[in-house]
Design a protein around this ligand. Structure first.
Ligand code: IPM
Ligand code: MN
Length: 356
């Protein structure tokens, strides 16, 4: 099979973890006899430096041409005081919107080898296996009006029925292939957007009679995630709640460096599905360039790409199995608190390649 992949390393540790993820992709392609065509592009702070904008038109065109896009991370401290429209993060929002990838899947699961890295007691976190389905192209991230004028600032949270309907269907479809439970997270005791969300999700649920639906308020959900994470199977929620809850979910699994994500749902003009794959962690400028970052979130995102964009399930399993082999070997980066000296980003990437 021909795999056309756009690689956007972005900023900070994005470049380091993406390098390892690409090596793993190359290894899988050669091991399973696929032909891999890699293209590079600019997104985020590096794109601002080189082109003056965080999401250059050239990158948009490359992303439309590719079968799938692998992204590192965006964000640089030098832009901390820049207005939102001129920050690296705007590049990420731009590419998500341009590709129409409205569903961001963030699987949170525990690995036996990492159980002691979790901040929770083992008996609480053991057996956790959920997927957070975050709405990615709507809500307060994109709503207008927005802006700052003098001492006033405004942002707008807006949702329409079709936007809620399609993300809810995505969640129910996933749940019907898993443990058949959907938890829909909202703030319907305060927000109108959440009231519409709850109504539409309830209506969609009628089409999935074998899936159990529970509605849960976001503050309670944040608490339940640490009290009893095992109770969750599929968690579906709007953009900003999903952003926050998935960081919380990530540390349950031991480290935010572990969490991969797949953003899907958009179609190309040709009708083909598009996908954007990125680790959940950010650009971590404090450890950038030190060969210390955990590449497993990025490598797990390669597994997600193989599964969702290419339907290559054996190849995806080969990657996740290799990741487990490496985790079990104890040769992991510092964030996973290894017993011995921590492995470097590069060593972990090499070890995953060797295990495939
Ligand atoms: C994420 C990140 C982004 C988001 C930032 C970098 C814009 O935190 O992917 O979770 O908020 O979506
Ligand atoms: Mn986030």
């Amino acid at each position: 099979m021909q795999l056309n992949v756009l690689v956007l390393p972005g900023d900070g540790i994005g470049t380091e973890v993406t390098r390892e993820a690409v090596r793993v992709l190359e290894r899988v392609a050669s091991r399973f006899s696929h032909s891999l065509k890699l293209t590079g592009g600019l997104l985020g702070g590096v794109a601002i430096h080189k082109t003056g904008t965080p999401f250059p038109d050239a990158t948009a065109a490359l992303a439309q041409d590719a079968d799938a896009t692998l992204l590192g991370a965006v964000g640089l401290p030098e832009f901390d005081n820049a207005p939102p429209s001129q920050r690296p993060e705007r590049g990420l929002l731009g590419i998500r919107a341009a590709l129409g990838v409205y569903a961001n899947l963030r699987p949170v699961r525990t690995y036996a080898a990492l159980i002691d890295s979790s901040p929770l007691k083992n008996h609480l976190v053991e057996g956790t296996d959920m997927i957070i389905v975050r709405e990615l192209t709507g809500g307060i991230y994109y709503g207008t009006p927005r802006g700052i004028e003098g001492d006033s600032a405004v942002n707008t949270m807006a949702y329409s029925r079709p936007e809620i309907d399609r993300i809810a269907r995505m969640a129910f479809e996933l749940a019907s292939k898993r443990r058949k439970k959907v938890a829909s997270v909202d703030k319907s005791n305060v927000l109108e957007c959440s009231q519409l969300w709850r109504k539409v999700v309830t209506e969609v649920a009628a089409d999935y009679p074998d899936v159990e639906l529970e509605h849960i308020l976001v503050d309670n959900c944040a608490m339940q995630l640490v009290l009893n994470p095992r109770r969750f199977d599929v968690v579906v929620t709007e953009n900003m709640f999903g952003d926050i809850l998935s960081d919380e979910g990530a540390v349950l699994a031991g480290s935010i460096g572990m969490l991969p994500s797949a953003s899907i749902g958009g179609k190309k003009p040709s009708g083909a599905w598009v996908g954007l794959y990125e680790p959940v962690h950010g650009s971590a400028p404090d450890i950038a360039g030190q060969n210390k970052a955990n590449p497993l979130g990025a490598i797990g995102s390669v597994a997600a790409m193989l599964e969702y964009s290419f339907g290559l399930l054996d190849e995806a399993k080969a990657v996740t199995a290799a990741m487990e082999t490496v985790l079990n070997s104890g040769r992991v980066t510092a964030d996973l608190k290894p017993a011995g000296p921590p492995a470097t980003t590069e060593q972990v990437g090499q070890a995953v390649c060797d295990a495939i």
